[in-house]
Write a protein that binds this ligand. Structure first.
Ligand code: AGP
Length: 609
């Protein structure tokens, strides 16, 4: 939820810290701060409520140092304020700490430290870390890395941290447990961050810390070790993505760029995975052979928010193509209900970031009970990807905007591949396999056709944006589309949006229909078309306004406006029907003057419970 950066080297740290924080701002953006150590070792801290731009404006002119740490925050303990912003220091202002995660036993530690004389100046859980590290350093000459290691032994919770000590300006100590930390290797300089996005302009050589690992980082290198002081060797890897993948690339917002990147993202998700000869999909990372897959009787998909809705589309694909019962459930609910784990159920965890704490906890719970979990994940090497027994990487590319678009679409593609693979192992005929393979290949072109309507959809969004709310309806395959469409609209435009199965409308929500509550209706040209048209008639009969997203425009008396979408195979239609809803939400948010990429109260990766 928070972004961490750190620099040590010959240059002024502040330049990297501010730029790195700007690139990580999508992880949290209610306050920001930096701490640097100058050549003399004096600790300087500047932090403020607000954005990284506010921090840059607040920095004193002579705020310079060659060792530094920075943080952009999404509040968990304590409101967004200058005092609660990171870095946090000890009473002697010797230690500074930035932290991403949650210290679960913070109250207990705070009481103990207070009794020992520590004076707390914030409401955060993080501040206990600075006092704890200071307490372990004492007045002596102890090494910072030993003090951090000893302090973390007392901590229960999740963390990615970076710590500096004004008495030891030649090093930064970082540690990871549940929240990512990546080291960046430079020429006589070293970087660290919670995401490679902050590093790629400076270095492509990175080292991902594992949970339970620490590193002492100096300008000329690093040493990684475990919580029990055992040295571990980590080989650097090279970041695959170009620097430009982390920029807006000339678009006004990351979100618009990511919506328009979808044809290329889908091509990457499909790349090398379609087998035309056997009309199936190759998924090398599943780590399950055909015999093992045949033994699976049920599929349970787990994810949060849009990942959960993509899972709903995935469940329908698996049921339709493989005829295996499949169901998607919010991971955030699953993990708390003592779930029954069955040997013949395949569990699939979905996550763009690979960091979502609820999803990670669900995976851990399944594994603890002996279940088998696959991951459908975008971020390579992320916590969820590593925790799973196998899986499918999306290769959608970095997704920076808080609202998920291209990762959502690529997730549905990954499920289509899984369903095809499953289906062809079971009873899906070669002819049906070929039908799906050729439809998948056509999808990037179909998405491009929809994106060409950007301008027309922007005009429609302007017409609908100023309503207090909107209803989204879809039947069966269209229902997850409606849910994701409503989610996107409320997330970035703050317009209330409610998704309902079209079939359920007359069982209650029809009472809401009025000219002030327009309906976005998913109307695919499939076996349920007549039923959907009947529902439109019922809405129009109650003076409701209808914006249809359809393969064929309904009669004018049934819909006020229509966005046309190219027809795919019925099983894949939901994926295409969703694309205009992304543009609708985006343009509605722009029309309302919202902060599209960083909507209020949210953050990109939800690494807390
Ligand atoms: C999507 O637009 C949302 N920002 C949110 O629902 C997101 O999908 C959810 O938090 C899960 O994130 P993940 O895919 O990184 O696990």
């Amino acid at each position: 939820m928070c972004g961490i950066v750190a620099y040590i080297g010959p240059k002024d740290a502040t330049t990297f810290l501010l730029e790195g924080l700007q690139r990580l701002e999508y992880r949290g953006y209610d306050s920001a701060g930096v701490a640097v150590l100058g050549k003399s070792g004096a600790l300087k801290v500047c932090k403020t409520k607000g954005r990284v731009a506010d921090l840059a404006a607040a920095l004193p002119a002579r705020f310079k140092g060659t060792t530094g740490i920075g943080h952009t925050r999404w509040a968990t303990h304590g409101e967004p304020s200058d005092a609660n912003a990171h870095p946090h220091t000890d009473n002697a202002e010797r230690i500074a700490v930035v932290h991403n995660g949650i210290i679960e036993n913070a109250d207990e530690l705070r009481a103990k430290l207070t009794a020992e004389g520590a004076v707390f100046r914030s409401e955060t859980d993080t501040e206990v870390l600075s006092h704890l590290v200071a307490a372990h350093l004492g007045d002596g000459e102890g090494q910072l890395e030993d003090a951090v290691r000893a302090a973390l032994k007392l901590v229960v919770g999740t963390y990615g941290i970076a710590v500096v000590d004004s008495a030891q300006p030649d090093r930064i100590v970082v540690a990871r447990n549940g929240s990512p930390i990546v080291l960046g290797l430079g020429e006589k300089e070293m970087f660290a961050a919670s995401d490679v996005a902050a590093l790629v302009r400076y270095t492509r050589q990175v080292v991902h810390l594992e949970d339970g690992e620490l590193a002492v980082v100096r300008a000329d290198g690093f040493r990684t070790f475990t919580e029990d002081a055992r040295t571990v060797t980590r080989q650097p890897s090279t970041v695959d993505w170009e620097v430009g993948s982390y920029d807006t690339g000339g678009y006004e917002h990351y979100l618009l760029k990511e919506i328009h990147e979808q044809p290329a993202a889908v091509e990457r998700t499909l790349s090398g995975r379609l087998d035309e000869r056997f009309a199936t999909a190759h998924l090398g990372g599943l780590n399950l052979d055909a015999r093992e897959l045949r033994e699976i009787r049920r599929v349970k998909i787990l994810g949060c928010g849009s990942a959960y809705y993509a899972g709903e589309m995935g469940a329908q694909l698996i049921e339709e193509l493989a005829r295996i019962p499949a169901h998607s459930e919010p991971a955030s609910e699953f993990r708390y209900r003592n779930p029954v784990i069955e040997a013949d159920t395949l569990y699939v965890a979905v996550s763009q970031s690979g960091e979502t704490y609820d999803t990670l906890a669900a995976v851990q719970e399944i594994k603890r009970k002996g279940g088998r979990v696959l991951g459908v994940v975008n971020t390579v090497g992320s916590a969820i990807a590593r925790e799973c027994d196998g899986g499918i990487y999306l290769h959608a590319g970095p997704e920076i905007s808080v609202a998920s678009t291209k990762a959502f679409t690529s997730t549905v593609i990954a499920f289509a591949l899984l369903a095809l693979h499953f289906g062809r192992i079971h009873d899906l005929s070669p002819a049906d396999g070929r039908r799906i393979v050729s439809a998948l290949k056509a999808l990037p072109g179909h998405i491009r056709q929809i994106l060409e309507q950007d301008k027309e959809i922007a005009e429609l969004a302007a017409k609908y944006a100023d309503n207090a709310g909107m209803m989204f309806i879809g039947r069966v395959r269209g229902y997850p589309v409606a849910r994701e469409g409503a989610q996107k609209l409320k997330e970035i435009s703050y317009v209330h949006a409610e998704a309902y199965p079209a079939s359920e409308l007359k069982h209650g929500p029809l009472a809401l229909i009025s000219p002030e509550l327009p309906t976005v209706a998913l109307v695919p040209d499939d076996e349920l078309l007549d039923k959907n048209l009947t529902t439109l008639g019922e809405i129009k009969a109650r003076s409701g306004r209808v914006l249809a997203v359809a393969h064929r425009a309904p009669e004018a008396k049934l819909a006020d406006h229509c966005i046309l979408v190219p027809k795919s195979e019925p099983e894949l239609d939901p994926l295409l029907l969703n694309i205009p809803l992304q543009l609708l939400a985006y343009h509605a948010a722009v029309a309302l003057g919202r902060d599209v990429d960083k909507p209020r109260n949210l953050a990109k990766s939800v690494t807390v419970e």
